[in-house]
Design a binder for this molecule. Structure first.
Ligand SMILES: [Ca+2]
Ligand SMILES: [Ca+2]
Ligand SMILES: [Ca+2]
Ligand SMILES: [Ca+2]
Length: 331
C-alpha cells in the first residue's frame, strides 16, 4: 500500500518498491548506489528515543546509478533481499544474508533494450503463482513492461518484454505518439479478480496514459488496454479507494497538479478518471496510499516537485471521504 518515494512491505507482507519521477523533473529519489539504513534496534549499543539510524551502508551494483529499489524475499529464506533498477542496464539483485547485510550484486540485463534501457520502477511479486517471487519493471526507452521470473533460489530468468503499444505501426522510438510511451511506473494488482496478478503501467504525455496488462498467471501478460487520464503521469498506486471491493488506481498527474483515481470494476476495466486537486501542491511525482486517519478508508499522499517558488507544499495528504462503509476489503 505504501508507495514512493519509499515502498517497503504492505501490511500483508507483500513487497513494494521505490520509484522516481520523469526525465527532466526533480527526482524524488535517485541513487548513485543503493543505500541501506538500518533502524537501531532496542538491543543496539546506541539507541535513541527519536527515530535514528546507523551509518548508511552503501551497496555497489556496478552500474551507472540506480533509479528504483524493491524489497522482497527472492530466495524464500525469510530474509529480505534488495532489487535495484540499474540505469541503462537492468536489475541488480542483492540477496540478504541476515542482520541487514547483503551479498554482492548479481545483475540481470533488461531484455531487448539493454543498451538504452531506463527502468524507473520495480515491483517484487509472484506473478506466475509458483510461490517464487518475480520482478516486474518497465523500460522508459523501450516502451515495454519487463518481467523476470524468479526460480526461488534468488536467481532470475532472462526476462521478457511486454509491448505496451498495441497499435499497428506505432513508433516506439520516434516522434509518432505511441500509447504508453516512455512509461514511468508500474504497479501490480488483480484488476479482473481472477486471482492472477495484473500490471498497470503509467506514462507521461498529454493526456497521460495508463496501460492495463492482464496477467495470464504464468508470467505472461495480454495485450495492453490503454486508458487516458491526467497529464504527465509518473506514479501509480493500487488500492480500493471507494470501498466496493474492486481494486482502484490512483495516479499522479504532474502537469495538472492533481491525482487521478480510476475506479476498477473488477473485470479489468476502469471508470472515467476522477481528478482531485492538491490545494496548491503542484507537480506531483509520486503517490502513496494507506489509511492515515484510521477510519478504514485508504487515504492518499503525494510527493510534489512543487514548481512554485515557495516550496512549502512538498507533500499533500488527501483523506478519503468516500461515502461507503469501511470494510476489511478496502484496508
Ligand atoms: Ca514466481
Ligand atoms: Ca488478474
Ligand atoms: Ca474500488
Ligand atoms: Ca482514512
Amino acid at each position: 500500500m505504501s508507495r514512493s518515494p519509499h515502498r517497503h512491505l504492505t501490511p500483508d507482507g507483500r513487497p513494494v518498491a521505490v520509484t522516481r519521477g520523469r526525465p527532466g523533473r526533480v527526482p524524488t529519489l535517485v541513487f548513485a548506489v543503493a543505500t541501506v539504513v538500518l533502524v537501531s534496534s532496542p538491543a543496539s549499543a546506541s539507541v535513541a528515543d527519536t527515530t535514528s539510524f546507523g551509518t548508511a551502508v552503501n551497496l555497489d551494483d556496478n552500474g551507472r546509478g540506480s533509479s528504483a529499489v524493491a524489497i522482497g524475499d527472492l530466495n524464500n529464506d525469510g530474509t529480505p533481499d534488495l532489487v535495484t533498477a540499474i540505469r541503462g542496464e537492468g536489475l541488480g539483485v542483492f540477496l540478504g544474508s541476515g542482520g541487514g547485510s547483503f551479498g554482492a550484486v548479481t545483475k540481470y540485463a533488461a531484455p531487448r533494450t539493454a543498451s538504452s534501457s531506463f527502468l524507473r520502477s520495480a515491483v517484487i511479486r509472484d506473478v506466475n503463482g509458483d510461490g517464487r517471487m518475480d520482478v516486474i519493471s518497465q523500460d522508459s526507452r523501450g516502451n515495454v513492461a519487463l518481467v523476470w521470473l524468479g526460480d526461488g533460489s534468488g536467481a532470475l530468468g532472462s526476462g521478457t518484454a511486454v509491448q505496451l503499444n498495441p497499435r499497428p505501426g506505432c513508433d516506439t522510438t520516434g516522434d509518432n505518439p505511441c500509447v504508453a510511451r516512455f512509461p514511468t511506473d508500474v504497479a501490480v494488482g488483480d484488476f479482473d479478480e481472477d486471482g492472477k496478478p495484473d500490471a498497470v503501467i503509467v506514462a507521461p504525455g498529454s493526456p497521460g496514459r495508463v496501460a492495463v496488462l492482464l496477467g495470464d498467471g504464468a508470467g505472461g501478460f495480454g495485450t495492453a488496454s490503454v486508458l487516458s487520464a491526467g497529464a504527465n503521469l509518473n506514479s501509480a498506486s493500487v488500492s480500493d479507494l471507494n470501498g466496493d471491493g474492486h481494486a482502484d488506481l490512483v495516479v499522479s498527474s504532474a502537469n495538472s497538479d492533481e491525482v487521478v483515481v480510476l475506479e476498477g470494476d473488477g473485470t479489468g476495466a476502469f471508470g472515467s478518471p476522477l481528478a482531485f486537486g492538491l490545494n496548491g501542491g503542484s507537480n506531483p511525482q509520486a503517490t502513496a496510499t494507506a489509511d492515515l486517519d484510521g477510519d478504514g478508508r485508504p487515504d492518499v499522499a503525494t510527493a510534489n516537485s512543487n514548481s512554485s517558488a515557495t516550496f512549502v507544499k512538498d507533500a499533500s495528504v488527501l483523506l478519503n471521504t468516500t461515502n461507503r462503509p469501511p470494510t476489511a476489503a478496502n484496508e
